[in-house]
Design a protein around this ligand. Structure first.
Ligand code: MUC
Length: 96
């Protein structure tokens, strides 16, 4: 199942920089691991904002929830999920 996920990150200003940097490094490592596994299929920055639009390929809504809620920055994210399905006009055979 394909899901579009929008993540807005709001790290509190009073979180120590060392803690914030450690969380960002852990997030980056996990994000790259999931991308290499083919689960986190797209990751795009929203220009000018600490936010992204991502596309995930997972087995179920529960699997997506487990992945998102396990992200190191999850406690500081507003997350919006949209379930996607194949568009009948798509020319991409690998869309599903
Ligand atoms: O930077 C972000 O948008 C938040 C999060 C998503 C991937 C990553 O490395 O951090």
């Amino acid at each position: 199942m394909i899901f579009q996920v929008e993540m807005d990150v709001r790290i509190p200003h009073d979180l120590p920089a060392e803690t914030a940097n450690a969380l960002k490094a852990a997030e980056r490592e996990r994000a790259q691991e999931l991308q290499r596994a083919g689960i986190w299929r797209h990751l795009w920055r929203h220009a000018g904002r600490y936010a992204n639009t991502s596309v995930f390929d997972v087995e179920s809504p529960q699997a997506l929830h487990d992945i998102l809620s396990g992200l190191p920055l999850f406690p500081f994210m507003d997350v919006k999920v949209t379930a996607l399905c194949r568009h009948p006009s798509s020319v991409r055979d690998d869309d599903r």
